[in-house]
Every structure is written in structure tokens, then in C-alpha cells.
Design a binder for this molecule. Structure first.
Ligand code: ADP
Ligand code: MG
Ligand code: ZN
Length: 482
């Protein structure tokens, strides 16, 4: 990064568009499923044909309310849908229905802490408002032509606007990860970034360190990866610092991020800067919610990621780092809790889920939403291990078998001779066999080279296919040294 960046403070505010998990669009009954043939999901309303009237989707209102409450916002009993007028081929009505001066909710917070001193780091949320998505211009379908797909036109969105209170790419990344988790945990959205369910506009300015007035900002539009957000912030920060250092001025403008070339360039020129001529949509009455409805949504909120992490640490005795990983997604947290319930051993459950299970998912490209081994089976396996019925090595082998075959772990262990053997007769026979196969190591061990005990234990464990009881085995080996 540019050396001079240390003289400036970076200031970031984020606008996040999130697609709500409804089955139908916000003002008509067309479907919202992703990836279908172009223009399949269209009707007179979302095509903007004359005379067609919008009707608000109750489920969209419910989800938007739930998200606002989960973000700590005040939800207003009255909000207003307005027309945001602009001309673009993928906007058939010539305006987008959005909320403007009377949004659904205001005044929330996302805590990106704890900081180095264990303190919370609240980032303010200015507002949450509802709006409809536009369609999509497709530039690579016919050479030299742009095609328009209106399947997405009218998809329900919320826009979540932050205060300009983030000061590094890492801050922005942390804010977005928390936000995405909250949206997932509350099932407001699938928050799938590849499918465009979460899109981010990044507003960036710099100011001399110590100053409290905001500098002129630029806006990077429509980023859909965390790494894109973080990298583009670094680049734009360095660019603005360099402009100021050279005695120049920052021009307020929209910039585009090219993730392939890792570069930023200006988008539309200043003259195209928008006068949206907002006015209340005459086809839609004010959105009026009762206090009872809002309270019911609040009462219905699930446990949020932060509370869940705290509970995992306080009530289950897992570490903060483990709790962070275990709450990465709601499905993983649910799975972990099911394994705890089945095993009654949270510490071991955390180890198994974060270790063996995540490794298996990585290897297979699977998802914990469809676990390759059920929580009940993993719980039973953990109980066998905890009771000393099978060794850890054998338990791992059994897990491998459970990936192939859904069976009772105790029966599997018996069938494959993996029950732990602590019977002296069998252990002594294995030790003798290993001594015969590795005479040099055995001789050095018996001559007092005690560090070789681990090597010999390893040989016996392998010979016994993990069934030997390591505790008894170690005792027997140590007893052989004269
Ligand atoms: P608009 O809707 O025209 O983009 P807003 O005033 O609603 O403008 O601000 C949008 C976003 O820009 C908010 O997230 C806000 O925090 C952020 N923002 C505003 N001014 C600045 C600034 N000077 N530097 C960084 N971010 C800013
Ligand atoms: Mg903006
Ligand atoms: Zn429609």
C-alpha cells in the first residue's frame, strides 16, 4: 500500500442489497426461482404494462420486518413506497419502486467486535428499506447486441444502509460477514452471493487523521464477493490518498471494480448523476403495520449468531474460536447441537464436527445441510470413544466406514474387530510380534532409549488395526525395560 496512506483515515459506508427468500415477487405472483429460461417469470405487473396494478407481498413484508428487528432497528408502523425514476433497458416501468424518505426501519447496529480489548465495536445501521429489483442486461448472448431478461424484475429486496463508520477493509469484511450470518440465521435470505442474493455498494472517502468532517466519497457499485469488497477498498484508498498527495481533489463519482484485472475505473460521467425525482407511488397505499404484528415478528426471531456463540462458550465449554467456527452457518450450528444431544459430550462433539466432519465435507464437496453421517451416528461414535470401547484411531476408521454405510457404530466396531483390546494376552502377543519384526528398535528400547516407546506403540497400534488399548499397551511396554 502507498506509504502516505498512514496520514489519512479511511472512511467506509456500505449499502447492501439483499434478496428476500420469498417464493413470489414483491408486487405480483411471478416466481423468483433462479436460473430459469429468460423472461419466463413475467406478467403485466413486472413488465410494467399500462393499467397493471402492484399488490404488496405479505411474506416480503414479514421477512423485511424480521431482518430489521434482528439488526436492532426500530420498525416504523407507517412506511411509504416511492417511485425512483430513471431510464435503463432492464427497468421496464421507467421507475423502480423503493422506499425513500419514509423507510421501513431505521437506527440499527451490527457489532463487529470484540476488539483487541474485548470491547464491542458497533457499526450503526442508518436504515433498512424495501424495494424491487430491476431486470438484467445480458451482453454476451448475441454478438453486438444486448438482451434483457426480466425474470429478476420485481424480486423483493431490502437495502441495508450503514453509517460511514468503518475504517478498514477488514472492518467492512467483518461487517458483511456478520450481516450475512444474521440474514441466514433468521432465514430472511439465502444470502447466496454467487446468485446475486447479496450485492454490495461501497462508499469510500479519506480525510486527514484527526479530522471529523467527511471527505468527498466515491462509490463502487455491485460487488458480489467479500474479497472483491476488501481488495477494491485497498485500491481505492491508495488511489484517493495519491490524488490528495498530488494536490488534487476527489471527484464524487461511481466507480467500477474489475476483479479480473484488479483495477478500478470510473463508471458514468458526472452529467449522468441522478435526479431520481422520487414521489410516493400513487398505485400503492402506505405500508401500515400494527404494533402487534411487529411484536409478533420480534418474538418469533430465532437465536442470533452472536447469542448462539456466547451460549456455546458459556454453556457448552467450547472455546471462543471453536464457537466462531461452529456458528459459521446455521446448518453447522444445528448439526453441532444435534451431535451434542446425541453424545452428551460437547467438547468431543466440537472436535469431531470441526475436525473429521469438516474434512470429509471438504474432500467430497458436500454440505452440512445434507450431512454424510447423521448427528445420531456421530454421537454414538463419540460415546464409544469416550467410554473407551474403541480407541480414537479406531473411531476415525469407523467414521470412514460410516461415510460408506449407515450402520450402528458399535455393531460396525464389533464386525471389523475394532473394539478396544486391553486384554493382556492379546497385547503381549502383538508386542512380541512387533519386537520380532523390528529387532533393532526393540533392542535400543530395552537398552534404555525410552523415546522409542512411542514408535513401538505406533507399530502395535497399526498391527492391531487401532484396536489395542494405548494406556495398557504403554504400561506393558514400560514394564519390559529392565
Ligand atoms: P446515496 O443513497 O446517494 O448513495 P447516502 O447519503 O444515502 O447516499 O449514503 C449512502 C452510503 O454512503 C451510506 O452507507 C453512507 O454511510 C455512505 N457515505 C456517505 N457519505 C460518505 C463519505 N463521505 N464517506 C464514506 N461513506 C459515506
Ligand atoms: Mg448509494
Ligand atoms: Zn410478474
Amino acid at each position: 500500500m502507498n506509504r502516505t496512506t498512514t496520514d489519512y483515515e479511511l472512511v467506509i459506508g456500505l449499502e447492501v442489497h439483499c434478496q428476500l427468500a420469498t417464493v413470489t415477487k414483491i408486487f405480483c405472483r411471478c416466481g423468483t426461482s433462479f436460473g430459469d429460461a429468460p423472461n419466463l417469470h413475467t406478467c403485466p405487473v413486472c413488465l410494467g404494462l399500462p393499467g397493471a396494478l402492484p399488490v404488496i407481498n405479505g411474506h416480503a413484508v414479514q421477512l423485511a420486518t424480521r431482518a430489521s428487528l434482528a439488526l436492532g432497528c426500530t420498525v416504523h408502523e407507517t412506511s411509504i413506497f416511492a417511485r425512483k425514476n430513471y431510464f435503463y433497458p432492464d427497468l421496464p416501468k421507467g421507475y423502480q419502486i423503493s422506499q425513500f424518505d419514509r423507510p421501513l426501519a431505521t437506527g440499527g447496529v451490527i457489532d463487529v467486535g470484540p476488539d483487541a480489548n474485548g470491547l464491542p465495536r458497533p457499526i450503526g445501521i442508518t436504515r433498512v428499506h424495501m424495494e424491487e429489483d430491476a431486470g438484467k442486461s445480458v451482453h454476451d448472448r448475441f454478438a453486438g447486441w444486448t438482451a434483457v431478461d426480466l425474470n429478476r424484475a420485481g424480486t423483493p429486496l431490502i437495502e441495508i444502509v450503514s453509517e460511514p463508520e468503518m475504517h478498514s477493509a477488514a472492518d467492512a469484511g467483518a461487517y458483511l460477514r456478520q450481516l450475512k450470518q444474521i440474514l441466514e440465521f433468521t432465514q430472511v435470505s439465502d444470502a447466496n452471493m454467487e446468485e446475486g442474493s447479496l450485492r454490495v455498494d461501497v462508499n469510500i472517502s479519506v480525510r486527514p487523521r484527526g479530522s471529523s468532517t467527511l471527505g468527498t466519497r466515491t462509490e463502487l457499485k455491485n460487488l458480489n464477493t467479500f474479497s472483491g469488497v476488501e481488495r477494491s477498498i485497498e485500491i481505492e484508498f491508495a488511489r484517493q490518498c495519491a490524488v490528495l498527495d498530488a494536490g488534487g481533489e476527489i471527484v464524487q463519482q461511481t466507480m467500477l471494480w474489475d476483479g479480473v484485472r484488479n483495477e478500478i475505473r470510473p463508471a458514468r460521467s458526472k452529467e449522468a448523476s441522478h435526479d431520481y425525482r422520487y414521489f410516493p407511488d400513487p398505485d400503492l397505499p402506505p405500508l401500515v403495520l400494527t404494533a402487534q404484528f411487529i411484536d409478533a415478528q420480534r418474538a418469533d426471531l430465532p437465536e442470533l449468531p452472536r447469542a448462539r456463540r456466547d451460549r456455546f462458550v458459556a454453556a457448552m465449554g467450547v472455546t471462543r474460536a471453536e464457537a466462531e467456527q461452529l456458528t459459521a452457518t446455521r446448518e453447522l450450528a444445528e448439526y453441532f447441537e444435534a451431535v451434542v444431544a446425541a453424545s452428551r459430550d460437547a467438547k468431543r462433539a466440537a472436535n469431531w464436527v470441526l475436525g473429521v466432519m469438516l474434512a470429509a465435507l471438504n474432500a467430497s464437496g458436500g454440505d452440512i445441510a445434507a450431512p454424510p453421517v447423521s448427528a445420531v451416528r456421530v454421537g454414538a461414535l463419540i460415546q464409544l470413544e469416550a467410554a473407551g470401547t474403541v480407541s480414537n484411531t479406531a473411531a476415525r476408521q469407523l467414521f470412514g466406514m460410516l461415510l460408506e454405510e449407515d450402520a450402528d457404530p458399535a455393531q460396525l466396531a464389533e464386525r471389523h474387530g475394532l473394539l478396544k483390546v486391553s486384554d493382556d494376552g492379546a497385547l503381549v502377543a502383538w508386542i512380541d510380534a512387533v519386537f520380532a519384526e523390528c529387532p533393532v528398535e526393540a533392542e535400543r528400547f530395552l537398552a534404555g532409549e525410552t523415546k522409542l516407546q512411542g514408535v513401538l506403540v505406533g507399530h502395535v497400534m497399526r498391527k492391531s488395526k487401532g484396536a489395542a488399548d494405548p494406556r495398557r499397551l504403554n504400561q506393558l511396554l514400560a514394564a519390559r525395560v529392565p
